[in-house]
Ligand binder design. Sequence first.
Ligand code: IVH
Length: 714
Amino acid sequence: MPNLQNTAYDSPVDVLTEDQARDALAALAQDLSDANKAYHTDDAPKIDDATYDHLKRKNAEIEARFPHLKRADSPSDQVGARAADGFSKVAHEIKMLSLGNAFDDADVFDFDERIRKYLNITTADETLAYTAEPKIDGVSLALTYKNGALITAATRGDGEIGENVTANALTIQDIPQHIENAPELLEVRGEVYMSHADFAALNARQEATGGKTFANPRNAAAGSLRQLDSTITSERPLRFFAYAWGVLSSPLADTQFASIERLAALGFAINPLTKICKSPEALIAHYTDIAAARADLGYDIDGVVYKVDALAYQRRLGFRSTTPRWAIAHKFPAELAWTRLNAIDIQVGRTGALSPVARLQPVTVGGVVVSNATLHNEDYIAGIGGDGQPIRDGQDIRCGDMVQVYRAGDVIPKIAAVDISKRTQSKPYVFPDHCPECASPAIREDGDAVRRCTGGLICPAQAVERLKHFVSRAAFDIEGLGAKQVAYFFDDDTLPVKEPADIFTLKDRDETGFTKLENRDGFGKTSVKKLFQAIDEKRTIPLNRLLFSLGIRHLGESSAALIARHYGGWATLERALTTATIGDGDIWDYLLSIDGVGAVMATSLVMAFQNPAERASIDRLIAQLDVQDMPQVALSQSPVAGKTVVFTGTLEKMTRAEAKARAESHGAKVSGSVSAKTDILVAGPGAGSKATKAETLGVTVLDEDAWIALIGEA
Ligand code: IVH
C-alpha cells in the first residue's frame, strides 16, 4: 500500500526542504511502482485512479521544483503505465456469443422441441443429432491462424471487440503455434482454463512469495491470461480446449462433431467427454454421467453444452441477438448456503419499479461471497409466485429470517427457502406504498406484480437511473462517462447533469461558468479534455441507439432497432409518435404491424413522446445531436434489404419463425399485415385475404420458391 501518511505527500511542494523532497521522491517512486504492479501484474488495483493521479501529479511538482533530484527510475518517465487499455483491441469478425441456459430436464426437452419446430422436423422417428460436452469454467479465447501460423489470440471482450493477448497465448502449451493441412484462414475458439492441481500449486507459490492468491481456477486463468508481461503468463500453467471456430476460408467438416475431430487432428486438445446424442433423453443421460465424473475431472466445469450436430441445421437456425438458437448450456444446480437476512432495502429503477433487495450476512456460495440477493417484488416476499400460486409453501420472508441463498450462473443471487423455526420477527414485512426516494405514491397497476413510483422525472432515483442507462454500452457509450460518473455529476450542484441533454452542455457550462471541472475529484487537464472530446464524438448517433437510450419502458435494444429500421429517420419517427392516437388510426396500425411490436410497447412509446415533461426533455436532447438515419450498409447487397415483407399461407420449405429470421438477416422488415407500405407478399398455399389485399394494392406477390431464389438461398 502507498505510504499515504508520508507528510510530504500532502504538504505544499514549496515548503519542502531538499531532504524532504528527496525522501518524498523515493517514496513516490516506490508507491507508484507498487501501484502499477498491483494493477497490471496482479489484476488487483490497491489504490483508486484519483489517488494514483494525485501521487503522479505530486511527483511531477516536486521534480519541477528540484530538477536535480529527479531519479533515474522516475515515475514521470513511465509513459501511460496506467492505461486501462494496455492491450490493443481486436474486432471479432464473427461475434463471440454466449449461450442460453437450461436448468432442468424440462428445459432440455423444450430446447429439442423448439429446434424441431423451427426446422420442421416434427415426427419422432426423424432423428436429430446433438453433440454434448462439458462446459469448461474458464475464459474464452479466439485463435487466428493464417497459412498455418498463429497470428492473433483475442479474448472475448464484449463479444465484438476483445483484447489482443497473442504474446500470452504463445506461451500456452496446448496452443499450437503452427498447424499443418489447415484451411488457409482458420479461427479456432475455445476455453483457457487452469487445472485444480495447478491452481493449488500457483496459490501456494503466490502465498509463499507474498503475491496475490486467486479465489478460484477461473479467476486465476483470467488473471494469468490478461498479463501485460507475457513472461508472467509463461510461468502460469494454463491449458486450452478447442470447441468451436470463427472465420474459416473453407469448412472443416459437415458436422459439429467431425469439425471438432478435425481440430483434434490439427493438434488441438478437445474434450474427451464430447459425445453424439440422438435424443433429449440421451443428452440428459450424458449430462448425468458428466455430473458424476465432475469431481474427478481435475478442472472446473459448470454444466454441459448441447449443440445441433449438422452444420447445415446450425446455419438455418442462426442466432438470436446474443445467443445461438442451435446450442444451449445445461447448467449444474446452483450451490446453496444458509445465512441471515439483515434488512430489506428498496431500490428505485429507471422505470420507477420498486425492487426489494435482501441485505444478507455475507456468506460464501460456490466460491463467491454473497451479501445481497434479489427479492423480486412484494408478492415474492409475501410468498406468492408470478402465477398467483403460493411459493415456499406460502411462507413469507421477514427481516432477521434465516434464508437459503443460491446462485445460478452469473445471475444475481436468489433466495430458495426460509427457515421459520428460527424466526424472530413477529410481524410480516410491509412493502412501502410511497417511493423511498421522492415520497411520491408508489402504485401497482392491475395485473402488474411491480409497484412503481409515480414521480417520473421528479424522482431523483429514476432520473439518475435513466442517466446511467443513457450512457450504458448499448446506448450512448461515452468513454469516461459511466454509471459512476453520471451519478457524480447528478449530485454535483455546481455542474449538474440532471438529464441527458445536460451531458452535451457540460463543456460550455464548464468553460463559461465559475466552477471548473479541472482539478476536482480526480479530473486533471487531460481527463477533462478527453471527456469533452468523447462527449462530442457521440453527438452524432444512429437512430436505433438514440431510441434505446431514451430508456422508454418495454423498449429493449432489439425492439428499438426494429422500430428505427421501420421509420428510417428521426423526423419520421418523431412525427408518427407525436401524432399517433393510442389504439386507433393508421399510425397506430402501422406501429402494431411491425412484427415484434405489441400494444404495450407501442402505448409506452406514444406516451413517452406525448407526455409534456418527457417530451421537453427529449427535445432538449435532440437539439444537441445529429441523429443519423438507419445505416443499411451491410445489407445493401441483398435485393430485399429495407423492403417490407409479409408472409401468408403455408410455407413448405421452412417454418414461419425461420422465414422471419432469414428475411431479417437479409435486412428486410417483416410485418404481420399487408398495407400500402408492403413491398413483397410471400404467399404459400391457402393464402387468403392478405393475398387479395396485396393484389388490390399492387404489392409484389411471390411464392415460396421465388422468395428463396430472390434472397439467393435456393
Ligand atoms: S460453445 C456460439 N462450448 O461458455 C457458442 N462454449 O456461456 C459458442 N464455454 O462464451 C460457445 N465451454 O466461453 C461452447 N464446450 C463449450 C464451452 C463453452 C465453455 C463458454 C464460452 C462461452 C460461454 C457461454
